[in-house]
Ligand binder design. Structure first.
Ligand code: C5P
Length: 400
């Protein structure tokens, strides 16, 4: 079943009687796994209160474009970047006309212009308004721009008319939204992804580790499943819930991660090393807790195996993709690393920029391969993951 796990859905509500159904839509989207934020037009607030949608979505509702406080919280550009999907339901005839003209005269229409996320509309209006040539022309314009239109449905309307114009059922809208993120780019392929940090034990309670939330690797696993791949996620310790419909293998140390990867690699077509593997481990692990009775302490460390290099050098070598976190000369160092490790592709991450990478929900990366590269602009990790999976699918088709 299609899902919205890991997806940020910005729900735009405009002013029609169907606005009351938006409450149910918030629930349906959440049940499919989405995080939901709501933008309301002034008209929408005549039909349903922001408080209702705030309580249901669990997030403040966004209303005003020219509000200093709101802009200081999450401004319209941030909101536009946050969204993986802008879903407007109900979309009134007036809003559709404004979107078709490219206007930016309230928060919702401005966000619609400012977002790079896909846009989906569920029109709702009187059947005569829907039939009007002006509305038909506006819908044609929006469809031509790639905006998805869902509904309207036919039936009895609030005004007493019968015909096309009712907002589509919330469960149908939520399913259509989820289906937007599914594709078959990796259908039939087996992909393995490493994620999170590794922990190298010093004694039963202490360890050396790396800073890694695992968010990027988990987003890649979700995007791989959405692309139809059989997906194995080998994860170090993180606090995230694994995506559904994957094979999940939990590990602690680099050695355990390597062992799992090497065992399963003959079955894999694609490998993505997204884990922040500890470069060194203690030469020995104490079985008892080390006592702090010395003023100074020296730890002896040895190099951990390089997992991705081992995968790339294995007999049944999959298409192998690494991640390079760099602070300077990002592209040059990443290319060099791609060559040294024998990889097919490298995702270069500029970690000197503190608004992206590591614990952030957003990222901006450059994907490198031997004779090309593609820069992916700042977006949610879910969106970046989906774009990386598309590039991998394209490159593996080229190579085969
Ligand atoms: O050498 P560096 O750690 O910068 O390389 C990063 C890439 O190598 C990532 O893809 C990471 O998952 C992988 N790696 C690994 N095993 C290691 C160290 C890094 O697979 N021991």
């Amino acid at each position: 079943m299609a899902h919205l796990f890991n997806r940020n859905v910005l729900l735009g509500v405009s002013g029609g009687i169907a606005a009351y159904k938006s409450a149910e839509l918030v629930r349906q989207l959440q049940q499919l796994g989405a995080t939901v934020r709501v933008v309301m037009t002034r008209g929408a607030q005549e039909f349903i209160t922001p408080l209702t949608l705030q309580a249901l979505s669990g997030n403040p509702v966004h209303i005003e474009l020219l509000d200093e406080q709101a802009e200081m919280g999450m401004g319209h550009i941030e909101l536009a970047r946050w969204a993986d999907l802008l879903l407007i339901a109900p979309a009134t005839a007036d809003l559709i006309a404004r979107l078709s003209a490219g206007r930016a005269d309230d928060l919702l229409s401005t966000v619609a212009l400012a977002t790079a996320a896909p846009l989906m509309l569920a029109p709702a209006m009187n059947q005569q308004m829907w039939k009007d040539p002006a509305t038909t022309a506006n819908i044609d314009t929006l469809s031509f721009r790639g905006i998805r239109i869902i509904g309207p449905a036919a039936g009895q309307q609030a005004c007493g008319d019968i015909g096309l114009g009712r907002m589509e059922d919330p469960s149908i809208i939520a399913d259509a939204a989820a289906c937007l993120f599914q594709n078959s780019h990796l259908a039939g392929k087996h992909i393995m992804i490493t994620a999170g940090p590794t922990r190298e034990a010093l004694d039963p309670v202490r360890y050396i580790s790396n800073n890694s939330s695992g968010k990027m690797g988990y987003a890649l696993a979700a995007a791989a499943v959405d692309a139809g791949a059989i997906t194995t996620l080998v994860s170090g310790p993180v606090t995230l819930k694994p995506p559904e419909r994957i094979q999940f293998l939990s590990v602690q140390s680099a050695q355990q991660m390597l062992d799992q990867c090497i065992e399963l690699i003959p079955e894999c077509d694609i490998f993505i090393g997204c884990a922040a593997v500890a470069d060194y481990r203690p030469t020995k692990m104490d079985n008892q807790k080390i006592k702090k009775n010395q003023a100074k302490m020296t730890l002896q460390l040895e190099r951990n195996p390089d997992i991705i290099s081992a995968v790339a050098a294995s007999k049944h070598r999959p298409f192998t993709v690494g991640f390079a976190a760099e602070t300077n000369n990002v592209i040059a160092y990443a290319r060099d690393k791609m060559q040294r490790k024998g990889l097919d592709m490298m995702v270069a991450n500029d970690v000197s920029n503190h608004t992206i990478g590591f614990n952030s929900d957003n990222n901006a990366v450059t994907v490198l391969w031997h004779d090309g590269e593609n820069t992916l602009k700042l977006a949610s990790k879910a969106s970046i993951a989906q774009q990386i999976i598309h590039i991998i699918a394209h490159q593996t088709r080229q190579n085969s």
